[in-house]
Design a protein around this ligand. Structure first.
Ligand code: PAF
Length: 282
């Protein structure tokens, strides 16, 4: 595996690969990798010729007072973890290379970012779409892979790629979970043992919502009351939101009539966790 630090060098390498007809697949990450990332990489490995990953903790997607400085970082561990996956290039730029003096451009996707996480993380999605647009321009992938745990992020990136004619297939893959159902996330490492025990209650509550849907319930308020009630009872987490949205537009809905998503964000101690479950007619 080759490590490339300079954006220009990464760009030139990808340009050469593209000229030779090589299919580039890409998994962007902020590091502190877990099985969720590795499963994206394994799928990306299968779908192309050259697999590029990036490890970059992007400062512009963290708000003031958020965990940018504390975000877990361990490059040595990450590089060891990806050895067996068949990664060809790991792109690890510095913040100065990505955002040099004078940087003043951003990419903003509007409607799909206005609900859910935007209220408590204003500007977060602007930071995400800006860095992903930059990474796409540098890595020049044909296919890029993202986890569905960050569902709103996935939809925003798909929207951006389509709206800006990026000619990149943005693929979302199923959330990878711990044996007890907790969605894998680098931030799970922040959880105290007591909160780690409570955290899977979030997913169990989402499953309860999906069970109601499977039994024919279509009223959003009824489903959300059940999910919220179970989160409160099982986890005592401080709920940021529990919402039922149209799966494509991320707008709140009153009645489920097509593909929908139940999305939750809640804090256990100081750790903010997000998760979601898709409701789809069988
Ligand atoms: O999901 C993440 O890890 C990040 O938001 C991403 C897509 C790598 C952009 O920094």
């Amino acid at each position: 595996m080759e490590i490339i630090v300079q954006p220009r060098e990464m760009q030139q390498r990808s340009e050469q690969n593209r000229c030779q007809g090589i299919v580039i697949t890409f998994v962007p990450t902020m590091g502190y990798l877990h099985e969720g990332h590795l499963s994206l990489m394994r799928e990306a490995r299968k779908r192309g010729d050259v697999l590029v990953i990036s490890i970059f903790v992007n400062p512009t997607q963290f708000g003031p007072g958020e965990d940018y400085a504390q975000y877990p970082r361990d490059m040595e561990r990450d590089l060891a973890l990806v050895q067996d996956v068949g990664v060809d290039i790991c792109f690890t730029p510095s913040a100065n290379e990505m955002y040099p003096d004078g940087f003043q451009t951003s990419v903003e996707v509007h409607h799909v970012t206005e609900n859910l996480c935007e209220a408590s993380r204003p500007g977060h999605f602007r930071g995400v779409t800006t860095v992903v647009a930059k990474l796409f321009n540098i890595v020049k992938p044909h296919l890029a892979f993202f986890g569905q745990k960050d569902y709103q992020q996935l939809i925003a990136i798909q929207r951006m790629a389509e709206d800006l004619n990026m000619d990149i297939e943005v693929i979302g893959l199923t959330t990878v979970r711990e044996a007890d159902g907790l969605a894998m996330s680098s931030r799970n490492s922040y959880l105290s043992p007591a909160h780690r025990t409570l955290a899977p209650g979030l997913y169990r509550s989402l499953v309860k919502g999906k069970e109601l849907f499977a039994r024919g319930e279509r009223n959003a308020a009824t489903i959300l009351n059940a999910v919220r009630g179970m989160i409160e009872k099982e986890t005592a987490a401080a709920i940021d939101y529990v919402k039922l949205c149209d799966a494509r537009t991320i707008q709140d809905i009153d009645t489920v009539t097509g593909d929908a998503v139940i999305a939750v964000a809640a804090r256990l101690g100081t750790t903010r966790l997000i998760d979601n479950i898709i409701l789809r007619e069988e």
